[in-house]
Design a binder for this molecule. Structure first.
Ligand code: HGA
Length: 622
């Protein structure tokens, strides 16, 4: 979360910085700001409105320069207010001292020892004007500044505990930006000779159209950007000295993310409707099932493992939870699924014969990356990721990968990334089943046929949109909702509840339907809509009994029932009929109407669907 762009150039770089921020707005939109080196001093504009606002503010104030840094914020420390917006300026001892307004800094991450540093710097006379953890870094760099910004930053970094990507410049060095990363993503963009320009950004996407020469900075890297040159260094843990580093610069054709909305009202709606294409693209290179779909050496690794551990957060955790059912029933391999932020901090029993599978849309999810490192540190070195960004840290850090081809997902609430993850996880299930001798040829052919037909099947479910819209009017008036599912569809109920919470702000909870009588049934009244995922599978009769329990208490059931279930509408029981049961891949169909229900309910309530309050797309802080 939080997006950073920085540049040194011989042209006015402010429009490039603001354009870059627009493309990073998915990382946070609590506030935004730009600071430049202009007329021998630091100047900035900051706002709690959207990035587009900055263009007008910069023009009004005549903010223009070749050296600058910019930031879009997802607040962790301090309210989303202008005084907490980055860039932060140093404000050293004495109103007229040289260090007032000397250092400008933007930051992505959390400085865990900020209280201690704040106390120390206050004692030294530094004046704090925000509640952020970030401001301590600006003051610390200023305190250590002695004519060379790189040296000051290099001295400051070892004093910081936590995760960060920072970009900083100094009033006394007009054509220089220093940036560093430890735990948060940062790329270097090498610009053309015409303006001698160089860039840093949280994501190569921010630099699309400006440069495609990208270097993915590694943990601990510090980069010194100047006109026509850059220099990367890193601290040698033994000597404590910073040493020069060579890093590969790659040609990266990053997508600008500036997808057109076309006929849709929101990106989320567009992305829901893109699912047939996203799934077809994800399956494009699949001509048959083989471990090599996941990379060279996959067969050997699959042969060596005796279990699977899935690590993920949020929606990706629910795709992993669905996959557990597939992996155990089809590949017959013991599987556990853990929330990454829990796994990394608990004592677990490592098994080196486990395949560690991480799932992340962005491939930058901080908790999942940290959980991966934790697993590896415990000797679990067989790693695989299901990820939507081929150039991400997650893909670089895992031995094996399956890249989903959902395309850029802009809406904060994940939709097409989820269903394409499920496709990747189903392929993994089949590949593991094959390696373990659990996949008869006829079954493989059947599964492949069902996968290939999936885009058409999804299209048929999307056609239910008008019926879902009719329900959403009712839901928009509610403040609570329950979601029920069983077995393979319990994680789908969880995902449906999460979608509704995220974008409509209606409190929603999901339960395995059999758990109802153990507590949540107490919540059921005529005011409580109970959304039920009802596939025609082996658990249908059990589910019907649970539905009766709701009806007997006057609850209102809203059921997405497979066409072959014979569940009919009657008072208190509202039914939207899905196509016929789709076997093991049924969860991919059943999540679609739940996405549509959340989307249309949010529209009816007038929320900011693509940028729901308090959230951000790519969760790069702990
Ligand atoms: N801690 C800083 C930066 C937050 C961040 O990186 N969010 O993703 C702040 O609260 O401003």
């Amino acid at each position: 979360m939080c997006g950073i762009v920085g540049a040194v150039s011989q042209r006015n770089i402010v429009p490039v910085l603001i354009e870059g921020l627009k493309r990073l707005e998915y990382r946070g939109y609590d506030s935004c700001g730009v600071a430049v080196h202009q007329d021998g001093m630091l100047r900035r504009v900051r706002s709690t409105s959207r990035v587009a606002e900055l263009t007008g503010l910069a023009a009004e104030d005549g903010v223009a320069s070749g050296t600058g840094i910019a930031h879009t914020r997802w607040a962790t420390h301090g309210a989303p207010a202008v005084h907490n917006a980055h860039p932060h300026f140093s404000q050293g001892p004495g109103a007229s001292s040289a260090s007032v307004g000397r250092i400008a800094l933007v930051h992505n991450g959390i400085i865990e020892n900020h209280d201690e540093l704040r106390a120390e710097l206050k004692q030294r006379g530094y004046v704090f004007s925000s509640q952020t953890d970030t401001e301590v870094i600006a003051h610390l760099v200023d305190h250590l500044y002695n004519g060379d910004l790189l040296e000051a930053v290099q001295q400051a970094l070892p004093r910081l505990k936590g995760a960060y990507a920072v970009a900083v410049f100094c009033r006394d060095e007009p054509h220089r930006v220093i940036a560093a990363r430890e735990g948060s993503p940062l790329v270097l963009g090498v610009g053309g000779a015409e303006y001698g320009e160089n860039f840093v950004a949280s994501d190569a996407m921010a630099l699309a159209g400006v440069t495609d020469q990208i270097c993915y900075l590694e943990e601990g890297d510090v980069v010194d950007l100047q006109l026509g040159r850059y220099w990367i260094s890193r601290r040698n843990a033994e000597t404590g000295r910073f040493e020069a580093q060579q890093r590969e610069v790659k040609t990266v054709h990053a997508h600008s993310g500036a997808a057109e909305l076309g006929p849709y009202r929101h990106y989320m709606q567009k992305e829901i409707f893109e699912q047939p294409v996203a799934i077809a693209n994800t399956l494009d290179a699949v001509n048959g099932i083989s471990p090599e779909l996941f990379g060279d050496g996959a067969y050997r690794i699959f042969k060596e493992i005796d279990s699977v551990l899935i690590l993920a957060c949020g929606t990706s955790y629910y795709s992993g939870s669905t996959a557990k059912y597939w992996l155990e029933s089809i590949a017959k391999i013991p599987t556990s699924v853990e929330i990454a932020s829990e796994y990394r901090y608990r004592d677990s029993v490592p098994n080196p014969r486990t395949l560690v599978v991480t799932i992340s849309q962005s491939g930058e999810t901080a908790d999942t990356l940290a959980a991966l490192k934790h697993a590896r540190a415990q000797g679990m070195t067989k790693t695989l990721t299901i990820c939507n960004v081929a150039t991400s840290a997650m893909v670089r850090e895992c031995e094996l990968a399956y890249i989903t081809r959902a395309g850029a997902e802009i809406g904060v609430a994940s939709t097409k990334a989820f269903t394409t993850q499920l496709v990747g996880l189903f392929l993994l299930t089949l590949a593991l089943a094959q390696t373990r001798g659990q996949l008869a040829e006829a079954d493989e052919a059947e599964h492949l046929k069902a996968l290939r037909h999936l885009p058409v099947a999804v299209q048929a479910v999307l056609a239910l949109e008008p019926q879902v819209i009719a329900w959403s009017e009712e839901f928009a008036r509610k403040e609570n909702a329950l979601f029920l599912g069983r077995g393979l569809h319990y994680p789908i109920a969880l995902e449906g509840a999460l979608k509704l919470k995220e974008i409509s702000y209606i409190h929603a909870e999901a339960y395995p339907a059999g758990e109802l009588k153990h507590g949540p049934l107490a919540l059921v009244t005529a005011e409580m809509p109970v959304v039920t995922v009802a596939p025609n599978d082996a658990l249908l009769e059990k589910l019907k009994s649970n539905m009766q329990e709701v009806r007997a208490r006057g609850g209102q059931l809203y059921v997405f029932a497979d066409g072959d279930t014979q569940i009919e509408s009657e008072p208190g029981l509202h039914v939207i009929r899905m196509p016929e049961h789709y076997g093991a891949l049924s969860p991919i169909l059943h999540v679609i109407p739940l996405q549509l229900l959340a989307y249309h309910t949010a529209c009816a309530r007038g929320t900011d669907v693509d940028k729901p309050r308090n959230l951000a797309k790519s969760v790069t802080v702990e």
